[in-house]
Design a protein around this ligand. Structure first.
Ligand code: B12
Ligand code: SF4
Ligand code: SF4
Length: 403
């Protein structure tokens, strides 16, 4: 899962605008921070148990050491349905940036050009949003209330994509959280994200104490990993939380469970082998040797999380993400029959819509080719054999050759 195509164009525009903003509006930023300092002084001096250090809030070494402001932010976060919230400095650190560079240098991002193009913005929050001192990292749970149907003729759609589009839901909530912070602290500079811009989301969540990095590279906690992440970049100099220690121990269940060997070493995913990349990010043909390994997964993959022992303790997800349109139980044959119009209307507000009807058909054809050789499956594939898209036709022919 990654920042989508529509967001990529936005990123470019925003990055240019933000850099221009940085050049032209430094004095305005300074004034805004001074106003913020005064607001904080008014609200928190004499109130906080730890006192307030706002005299030197213009650099990363100063913090508003006010537990009452942070407690206020946490309480607002809980009221808005965030399952975890923490604070990190706006600096991913050398090790994380070196990891990102190594990953890019070895080509593990595949065709996700935006990962390479925006590496500098990703590595430095102040380039993406000038004036950022702090990252407020927050999580929302999405584990569905019931298990998906386990049947090779059914479509396996990853849990995160069975309900409403998290990009909008999480960012909407973060905006409300930012409004609540404004009520507490007065005017402040900020920008909200959830998989919508070049941000090192897992690393900041780790630093903010929301959990540790599992060997599958996702953020993992004692309440599991079925969580979306989102952030507020802000010029509030809040005191960072402490990271938690990792609890993967000797376990390697996710490395062993991965159907394609995409977790090439602990904490290293080669996206080119990951089913999530192959079914969502990759625009062209799915490499033939990978197709049989995909099974009936038509959008993303959950295997490295379903096998994880910590997910036994996961909480049920937010009702916003409850499965819609039977996406937890639909058959491959039924989904292949959806017209382009049905695809667009039924999946309005769902992240799947972003891949478009052509890739949707490509993925379902591969899954049918991996499934049982039934008359229904063959008829369904034959009905798409003359599809105007060469990509769809080739995947349908491949599938028919296996049934
Ligand atoms: C690109 C991307 C993908 C790509 C690449 C995945 C990946 N592991 O990098 C693909 C398309 C494969 C993908 C898949 C999925 N994704 Co995704 N993805 C992202 C995205 C946009 C960026 C992640 C990133 O920066 N990758 C770059 C690499 C370098 O980072 P990394 O793997 O975390 O590696 C770090 C270290 O492990 C180390 N490292 C890595 N490789 C190497 C190599 C060497 C030699 C060294 C020394 C170090 C090192 O350095 C890195 C920096 O700290 C984030 C959103 C965001 N903006 O952060 C969502 C995000 C990570 N994805 C998410 C999800 C849910 C998924 C899926 C579960 C979706 C699904 N069900 O199909 C799968 C899980 C696959 C997996 N095991 O990672 C969530 C994770 C939530 C959580 N609990 O952590 C995020 C945070 C989106 C969100 N806002 O919720 N994703
Ligand atoms: S999402 Fe699936 S393919 Fe990707 S790393 Fe996890 S188990 Fe492997
Ligand atoms: S499956 Fe095991 S190794 Fe993988 S993330 Fe979970 S605890 Fe860590």
């Amino acid at each position: 899962m990654a920042e989508g195509a529509d967001q990529r164009a936005n990123q470019r525009r925003l990055a240019r605008a933000e850099i221009a903003f940085e050049k032209n509006h430094q004095p305005r930023l300074q004034r805004r921070r001074q106003a913020l300092a005064q607001a904080l002084r008014r609200r928190f001096v004499g109130q906080g148990e730890n006192g307030v250090n706002i005299g030197a809030m213009h650099d990363q070494d100063s913090t508003v050491n006010s537990s009452s402001l942070k407690e206020g932010i946490r309480a607002a976060g809980r009221a808005l349905g965030f399952s975890a919230l923490g604070v990190a400095r706006a600096d991913p650190g050398e090790a994380a940036v070196a990891g990102l560079r190594d990953w890019l240098a070895t080509g593990r991002h595949g065709d996700m050009d935006y990962m390479a193009r925006h590496a500098e913005l990703r590595a430095d929050p102040r380039l993406l949003h000038p004036g950022t001192l702090t990252v407020i990292s927050a999580a929302v749970d999405y584990l569905p209330h019931r298990k998906s149907v386990d049947d090779p003729a059914a479509a396996a759609i990853s849990r995160y994509a069975q309900g409403r589009d998290y990009h909008k839901v999480v960012r909407g909530r973060l905006q409300k959280l930012a409004d609540a912070i404004g009520e507490l602290a007065g005017p402040f500079g900020y920008r909200v994200f959830s998989d919508s811009a070049p941000v090192m989301e897992v690393e900041f969540a780790r630093q903010a104490g929301l959990g540790w990095r599992g060997k599958h590279t996702l953020l993992l906690s004692r309440e599991g990993s079925w969580r979306f992440l989102g952030e507020i970049y802000t010029d509030l100099p809040l005191e960072p939380d402490a990271p938690v220690t990792g609890h993967c121990g000797h376990c390697r269940a996710c490395l062993d469970a991965c159907p394609t060997g995409a977790i090439v070493a602990p904490y290293e995913v080669d996206a080119r082998r990951c089913i999530s990349y192959l079914t969502i990010e990759l625009a062209g043909p799915i490499p033939e040797p990978m197709r049989p390994l995909i099974g009936n997964r038509i959008y993303g993959c959950d295997d490295c999380q379903t096998c994880c022992p910590w997910n036994r303790f996961a909480r049920l997800g937010d009702p916003e993400f409850a499965p819609r349109h039977g996406l937890d139980s639909a058959t491959l044959v039924d989904l292949l029959a959806w017209s382009e119009e049905e695809f667009s209307t039924r999946l309005a507000g769902n992240p799947i819509r972003r891949i478009g009807h052509e890739r949707w058909l490509r993925n379902i054809a591969v899954a049918l080719g991996n499934g049982p050789s039934t008359v229904d499956a063959k008829n369904a594939l034959n009905s798409r054999a003359d599809h105007p898209s060469a990509l769809v036709r080739e995947h349908v022919a491949w599938a028919l050759s296996r049934l």
